[in-house]
Design a binder for this molecule. Structure first.
Ligand SMILES: Nc1nc2c(ncn2[C@@H]2O[C@H](COP(=O)(O)OP(=O)(O)OP(=O)(O)O)[C@@H](O)[C@H]2O)c(=O)[nH]1
Length: 355
């Protein structure tokens, strides 16, 4: 079934992709395009201290931050509430009309519960339709992530469009090998290599109604599993219980807060040593840093063993927790003891976590 002109439901794009694949970068580019006007954005993050919503350069305030935690586990109820609330606020004309919603999931999200919720929740399914699952795959780290993380496989298999990000950093051989791998996993999804998030909106919009039958047989199975989980949850009244079996229990997040401004060279040394010695176990680092001599907050990003060039925000966010101008770094790691990371910062920067 295709969405026709009579379908007045609000289209929802689900933007997914493994940790650090470039979802926020892509979103920032898209939201600058006139075709994307009147788009509400829902952002979900895994770490306890959210960073991404400060990095989305959106002029108005249609960016909604979902509760901390992963959208496919604890935050599902919050997704339903946020979309319901958004619709009702539009109806009551408390906010400008919206033409579309983009949901940026955490890099660890299994998209199936999000898809399931949008298709099966009675209130939502009457008012919203899935306009496509767009999956960003990091051309430089994608193959390793697909080999190590079941979530990355699901994100690819469920996609309507696959964006091979960081094409500027990948070799032609890397791109070709990744593309061949993606084709075997999801032959029907068009693939598009992109650099620095630069993709025309037409490449991600109007994918048609989400059709699990057009995907690999696994996809229908994952959605059926979701139904079973949902029924079990309802039967046991465990609406807010974390699905412990959904994520790899070895992967977890912690945040470090430093009260004193950091000297950039010492910080770079600490991160350099961490990435060199424990890079395999560091999936993602991101945060805002108060650097000696710099009035603007620096945005720090690492994906596995790569430290990306820092950027700056124009000003410190006015909202807590960042309004205290302390540096905060969120780590998503696999089997890595927080104390080892703390030791590196104590040794190189002479700072201790405040929490
Ligand atoms: N050179 C280059 N860097 C990129 C590209 N896309 C993203 N990056 C960088 O990669 C890092 C991670 O990008 P994000 O857009 O934050 O990735 P994400 O998928 O939103 O990350 P999570 O939300 O943590 O999963 C940032 O430092 C980006 O600047 C690209 O195409 N080329």
């Amino acid at each position: 079934m295709m969405a026709d002109d009579a379908d007045r439901r609000i289209p929802v794009v689900i933007l997914t992709g493994f940790l650090g694949a470039g979802k926020t970068t892509l979103l920032n580019h898209l939201l600058q395009q006139p075709e994307m006007a009147e788009t509400a954005v829902l952002i979900n993050e895994f770490g306890s201290v959210a960073v991404d919503h400060h990095l989305v350069e959106k002029i108005d305030d249609d960016v909604i931050l979902l509760d901390a935690g992963c959208i496919c586990c604890t935050v599902r109820g919050d997704l339903t509430r946020s979309l319901t609330d958004l619709f009702m606020r539009c109806l009551r004309r408390e906010i400008k009309p919206i033409r579309r919603v983009v949901i940026e999931t955490t890099g660890l999200a299994d998209p199936s519960p999000v898809i399931y919720t949008l298709m099966e929740d009675f209130f939502l399914a009457e008012r919203y339709r899935i306009d496509g699952v767009v999956t960003a795959v990091d051309a430089t780290h994608g193959e390793g992530q697909l080999a190590a993380h079941g979530e990355a496989i699901k994100q690819v298999a469920m996609a309507d469009r696959l964006l091979l990000t960081k094409a500027d950093l990948a070799t032609p051989e890397q791109l070709a090998a990744l593309s061949a791998r993606l084709t075997t996993m999801n032959p029907s999804a068009p693939q598009l290599p992109i650099a620095r998030g630069q993709v025309p909106p037409s490449a991600i919009l109007a994918c048609g109604l989400y059709d699990p039958a057009a995907k690999s047989p696994d996809v229908a199975g994952w959605l059926a599993e979701e139904k079973v989980r949902d029924e079990r949850r309802k039967a046991h009244g465990h609406h807010h219980r974390h699905d412990v079996d959904r994520h790899d229990a070895h992967v977890y997040s912690f945040a470090l807060t430093f009260a004193e401004p950091l000297a950039w060279p010492s910080f770079a040394d600490a991160v350099g040593v961490l990435l060199e010695t424990m890079g395999e176990r560091i999936l993602r680092i991101k945060g805002l840093l108060n650097v000696v001599g710099d009035h603007k907050p620096r945005v720090v990003q690492c994906v596995q063993h790569v430290l990306y060039p820092y950027t700056r925000l124009d000003d410190w966010p006015a909202q807590a927790p960042y309004n205290d101008r302390q540096s905060r770094l969120v780590f998503i790691v696999r089997d890595l003891d927080q104390s080892l990371v703390e030791q590196a910062f104590a040794m190189f920067c002479g700072v201790r976590d405040q929490c």
